[in-house]
Design a protein around this ligand. Structure first.
Ligand code: PGA
Length: 256
């Protein structure tokens, strides 16, 4: 059975006191986590150690960084390496979020380096993909996601690919209040899974968790999380308050 995941991506929000309170409240108010469920906090770098100290006592919760360097080590001022993240116990890391791609101009070759370094250091990448509004309007969304798969995660061998979690996030749905309809989400998730099956193996495709992201919240999550090929969510805005994040965790708990 695939891992079902609710991951909160805080982006560049909250100061330390709010961050600490949000994690404490979430840990204490969430339902008991089932063995095939995982809840993740993707927090800003300065909070990783604080968050790690809280999360390590709670089974079913894990911590993610939001980014890492595409370099291994050395004279790269301002960068944080995958090895450093591993050394403080971080288990997951986002790669290729649309904000990194568009605002920071991250390219496939760089993202592939990040994926390889994270895997080398035993960290699970949460690799993000998704089309822009224009792509969808022109019916190019499958083509765009296919190219992202081919240029990035499909460059990995089967063993390394098996370590990855995928998040499909249509860019037009991120932070906009526009959510993909259940039909749109299921169709793209099934497409991604079929691509994985043809690139690697049917079993690899069956084991890969594919999360949906983009204005997912307590009002629409039940419908999305119930879809056959949707294994959870990567949640931005709705992960910034304990009450709404716990609600999403509870929805997953009730469904699976
Ligand atoms: P959103 O962000 O839930 O605020 O749309 C999702 C994401 O960017 O991961």
């Amino acid at each position: 059975m695939r891992l079902k995941i609710v991951a909160g991506n805080w982006k560049m929000n909250h100061y330390i006191n709010e961050a600490e309170a949000l994690i404490t409240e979430t840990l204490h108010s969430s339902p008991q986590v089932a063995h095939n469920h995982l809840n993740i906090f993707a927090v800003p770098f300065p909070y990783l150690t604080m968050a790690q100290n809280q999360v390590k006592h709670h089974e079913g919760f894990a911590l993610a960084a939001q980014n890492c360097s595409s370099f291994e080590a050395g004279a790269y001022t301002g960068e944080v390496s995958a090895g450093m993240l591993a050394s403080i116990g971080v288990s997951h890391c986002l790669v290729g979020h649309s904000e990194r791609r568009s605002i920071f101009n991250e390219k496939s070759s760089e993202l592939l380096h990040k994926l390889q370094l994270l895997i080398k250091h035993g960290i699970t990448p949460i690799w993000c993909c998704g089309e822009q509004l224009n792509d969808r309007n022109q019916m190019h969304h499958f083509e765009v996601v296919s190219k992202q798969l081919n240029d990035e995660v499909f460059q990995l061998n089967e063993q390394d690919f098996s370590r990855i979690i995928i998040a499909y996030e249509p860019v037009w749905a991120i932070g906009t209040g526009l959510t993909a309809s259940p039909a749109q989400a299921q169709e793209m998730h099934a497409f991604i899974r079929s691509k994985i099956a043809s690139k690697y193996h049917h079993q690899v495709a069956e084991q890969t968790s594919i999360l949906y992201g983009g204005s997912c919240n307590a009002d629409n999550a039940a419908e999305l999380f119930a879809l056959a090929d949707v294994d959870g969510g990567l949640i931005g805005g709705a992960s910034l308050k304990a009450a709404s994040f716990v609600k999403l965790i509870s929805i997953m708990h009730e469904l699976h």
